[in-house]
Design a protein around this ligand. Structure first.
Ligand code: PEP
Ligand code: MG
Length: 589
């Protein structure tokens, strides 16, 4: 380290807690330098499909834009786009590129960009300026197509050297899912919200994460060491030896406290006055079951099946899904395993799956909407889950239910699939418990109706906050409005818990508030008796449960329900929590 380098303090938004000290690794895609690689024989047709998807998405974009301009009476603009549509259908852009991918066995970005460069040379040699001008249309189109290809190109974080603090503009959920905690000690990005799926995965892996840092203003050549304080959002570039020593000590202290909590794994998750809580694990992969068991989990409260899709090309078939679910169930004998059907859309997009733009929004064709539209995908997954149910205590959970009709439609499909499997001779139970994720206000408001039609409810607070407050969970610009303690959210949780308890069905909270020990007494006081958190958070939440009494929790919930702002509620939760935890260790895991 350059001893004379001056330390620089920056402040971003704290997404995942913990302290890290490491060397910077800039994970950015540089404009114009596109990847070039050779495909293996079996990858060629998949690559052609990726290219045609990008061209089709681009064509749809232009068509949409054209009809918008027509409606607005901007005739000139619409006719320019007509020219774009002609170009995009030209064999030079379609069949010729496809042939070239097959011939050269190179990736589509490379083949496409090489072709565009050739056209550029040809157009430049033409004297007529009108023709030369036409090339701008091609350039415009090619940027759009490359943009789509770039969205689907996968650059992975597995190659990062050990001890790296990764700097990036934005990280996708699959980037973080593939990151190895042995190598990556922290993430620093420009974009990202606290309950974005990328942040949730980082938190589950125990990797500190700070967003809202302007990456472009940093010069990678002069940063040699970085401290990340994931509790406060503080970043120190080129820290002094004193700063490094201070944070090193703090980090050791936090690890010691965490180890003490881990050692209490065999204790039951019960309150001081003996009230039993069910504390289960949220997992993305079968490998996480071991950690969950080590910490004494009550079961799997949420298996996010979509992660099996996010890190691979194409959809897994029924048998490979069955194998994956069985791995989890076999490793959880006699314990409930809640398998959530694919929650794709929003910030969890499938690689190389032809979905249109609209599916990429949180309000679009996400989760159950996608599954009811893509029936074959839904049925294949249900078949795999039902086959697994012959081997353990499987429950099925439907993501993002927003109306009773969706539950009814899903139930009908489930009946059909069960019937099919029986006819095929599979020995599976006649019914498997079916639950609804409550993460949309409309579902919370009709919790009584849903509770009468299903077997359990699971509250996804990450989305419930997003949809109640109309604030994008992944958008760093609105982080401060994304308030998990807003009275509207607390009242909705209360409503859902009351209805579930009234109709005698279990209700779990599996959103990130369940993994935040400051919320534990409040949730218990609101009538929630089941929590599901990432395995890493089980010791901390178990400790929080064991530090409260149900009487105190009920009184706290009553007081909180009488407060009127998110800030007042947070202040009260913090002061109550601080009574139980050493100050330096306060909510740091
Ligand atoms: C939630 O929304 O709280 C939830 C648990 O689901 P996910 O985070 O996967 O959207
Ligand atoms: Mg959700």
């Amino acid at each position: 380290m350059k001893l004379n380098a001056k330390e620089v303090h920056l402040r971003g938004a704290a997404l995942c807690r913990g302290i890290a000290i490491g060397t910077p690794f800039f994970f950015t895609v540089i404009e114009d330098v596109l990847p070039e690689f050779t495909l293996s024989k079996h990858e060629i047709e998949q690559e052609v499909l990726r290219y045609t998807c990008a061209v089709n998405l681009c064509r749809k974009d232009i068509e949409k834009l054209q009809s918008k301009l027509e409606k607005e009476g901007i005739v000139e603009g619409a006719s320019i786009l007509e020219a774009h549509l002609q170009i995009i259908q030209d064999p030079l852009i379609t069949t010729e590129i496809e042939k070239e991918i097959r011939k050269t066995q190179k990736n589509s970005e490379h083949v496409f960009q090489t072709a565009i460069k050739k056209y550029e040379q040809k157009f430049n040699s033409i004297r007529d300026p009108i023709f030369r001008e036409r090339f701008k249309d091609i350039q415009d189109l090619s940027r759009r197509i490359l943009g789509y290809l770039r969205n689907s190109v996968r650059i992975i974080l597995t190659e990062v050297p050990p001890g790296s603090v990764v700097f990036a503009h934005e990280l996708t959920t699959s980037d973080v899912a593939e990151a190895r905690p042995e190598n990556i000690v922290a993430f620093i990005t420009e974009a990202g919200g606290e309950t974005s799926h990328a942040a949730i995965v980082a938190k589950a892996k125990g990797i500190p994460f700070v967003s809202n840092i302007k990456i472009d203003t940093l010069d990678p050549r002069v940063i040699e060491r970085v401290i990340v304080d994931g509790r406060t959002g503080g970043i120190i570039l080129n820290p002094s030896l004193e700063s490094q020593e201070y944070y090193q000590n703090l980090s050791t202290q936090l690890s010691t406290h965490f180890r003490v909590l881990q050692r209490a794994a065999s204790y039951a998750p019960e309150t001081i006055d003996g009230y039993q809580v069910i504390l289960s694990a949220n997992i993305d992969t079968p490998e996480e079951v071991d950690t969950a068991k080590k910490y004494g989990t009550s079961g799997v409260g949420l298996l996010r099946t979509e992660y099996a899709l996010l890190t691979r090309d194409g959809l897994p078939d029924e048998d490979s899904q069955f194998a994956l679910y069985r791995q989890v169930v076999d490793n959880m004998p006699n314990k409930a395993v809640v398998i959530r059907t694919f929650d794709v859309g929003g910030d969890k997009m499938l690689i190389n799956f032809p979905q249109d733009n609209e599916a990429q929004t949180f309000l679009g064709c996400r989760a159950i909407r996608f599954l009811l539209k893509e029936r074959d995908i839904f049925k294949t997954q249900l078949r795999a889950i039902l086959r697994t149910s012959a081997y353990g205590r499987v429950k099925i959970l439907l993501p993002m239910i927003s109306a009773l009709s969706e539950l009814e439609e899903a139930k009908q499909i489930l009946r059909e699939v069960t019937e099919e499997l029986h006819q095929e001779g599979y020995q599976i139970p006649h019914t498997v418990p079916l639950g609804c994720m409550i993460e949309v206000p409309s579902a919370a408001i009709i919790a009584d109706l849903l509770a009468q039609q299903c077997d359990f409810l699971s509250i996804g607070t990450n989305d419930l906050v997003q949809y109640s407050m109309a604030v994008d969970r992944g958008n760093q610009h609105v982080n401060s409005i994304y308030a998990q303690t807003d009275p509207s959210v607390i009242r909705l949780i209360k409503l859902i818990a009351t209805e579930a308890n009234h109709y005698g069905i279990p209700v779990t909270v599996c959103g990130e508030v369940a993994a935040d020990p400051r919320f534990t007494p409040l949730l218990l006081g609101l009538g929630i008796h089941e929590l599901s958190v990432s395995p890493r958070h089980i010791p901390v939440i178990k400790h929080a449960i064991r530090s409260t009494s149900i009487v105190a929790a009920s009184l706290l919930a009553e007081t909180i329900l009488s407060l009127s702002t998110a800030q007042e509620i947070m202040e009260l939760l913090v002061s109550e929590y601080q009574k139980n935890v050493p100050e330096d260790c306060f909510y740091n895991y």
